[in-house]
Design a protein around this ligand. Structure first.
Ligand code: AMP
Ligand code: ZN
Ligand code: ZN
Length: 297
């Protein structure tokens, strides 16, 4: 196949756009999609200090790479959950990226700061899926570490596959609360809660993987060993099957959702936020979910 722009050998084929591109034109288009998303949804500008939450995977490292190359005031935030050998590979990948591309990445270790790692918490909470409290811990720490390092906005590497799998899960239950909260931009509702944005939301996993590969980012390919069998994987597979039969399904599903939501779904209800009695960060309860997890041990 030939590049649609320059006729050179194409390296990536994007059936959902009926487009084949060479390396140079794929990279240029990929970055343009990210920059257009940032602009269109008023995520941030060159004047804002932006933190990218990095997991060591292709999405978040690729996003950090793009923002750094486009001269944004950007740094990475990385939560070390103490996940054994997997964690060591992740830590090495993040460190290599930071050295090679000259980007600051703040590492925060759960064990060093709170005395426990995720496997220890999981052992004591056998009845709960590790993904549920892991999510609580990550969300809390990403916000806190980004804020303490001067960020105004927190960007995550969620891609179109992630967003459409969440969307399918929420739609299957007609969960109006979750549907109205599923956003590409989540505004700050408290001085200690950063605005959250997803600049990769219109790009598939295939595209983010190709970008990381072509720009020489050495990322961790495996997913977290704790998340095996998670329900979201099944939903992702289903979406990918639908996409294979009808290219563009994911993009249409997500785009149509965003415009439906804008016109027909109420804004998420505002909740009363107080300072957590232990850490001072906003919560609807007396003690926040993060402190409840770490204090109960
Ligand atoms: P996941 O929930 O693992 O699918 O990750 C979704 C997004 O959360 C990633 O793209 C990252 O932006 C962020 N993230 C995941 N794990 C970490 C981590 N350990 N530290 C910081 N950010 C993370
Ligand atoms: Zn080309
Ligand atoms: Zn707290």
């Amino acid at each position: 196949m030939r590049c649609k722009i320059c006729e050179a050998d194409a390296v990536v084929h994007l059936p959902q756009h009926n487009l084949a591109l060479c390396e140079k034109h794929f990279i240029a288009r990929h970055r343009k999609v990210v920059l257009d998303t940032i602009r269109k949804f008023k995520m941030f500008t060159l004047d804002d200090r932006v933190a990218v939450a990095v997991s060591g995977g292709k999405d978040s490292l690729g996003l950090l790479h793009i923002l750094k190359s486009e001269n944004f005031d950007v740094f990475g935030v990385f939560i070390d959950l103490g996940l054994g050998e997997f964690q060591e590979r992740v830590n090495q990948a993040v460190q290599r990226f930071s050295d090679e591309f000259h980007v600051d990445i703040v590492r925060y270790s759960l064990k060093e700061h709170h005395g426990v790692d995720l496997p220890e918490i999981a052992k004591r909470r056998r009845k709960q899926s590790p993904c549920s409290f892991c999510g609580t811990i990550k969300r809390y720490l990403m916000n806190k570490i980004a804020l303490e390092n001067g960020a105004r906005v927190l960007a995550t590497g969620h891609n179109l596959n992630d967003e459409t799998a969440f969307l399918l899960a929420n739609a299957l239950r007609w969960d109006s609360e979750y549907l109205s909260r599923q956003s590409i931009v989540l505004q700050s509702t408290h001085p200690k809660l950063l605005k959250k944005v997803k600049p990769l939301a219109f790009l598939t996993e295939k595209e983010t993987a190709a970008y990381a590969f072509l720009t020489g980012i050495d990322f961790v390919r495996e997913s977290c060993p704790f998340s095996k069998g998670a329900r979201l994987f099944a939903l992702k597979r289903t979406m990918t099957q639908l996409e294979a039969r009808s290219p563009g399904t994911k993009l249409r599903f997500y785009r149509e959702f965003l415009s439906f939501k804008r016109d027909h779904l109420p804004e998420p209800g505002s909740v009363q936020l107080n300072g957590c009695e232990i850490c001072g960060y906003p919560t609807t309860a007396r003690v926040c979910a993060f402190c409840r997890i770490t204090q109960s041990l």
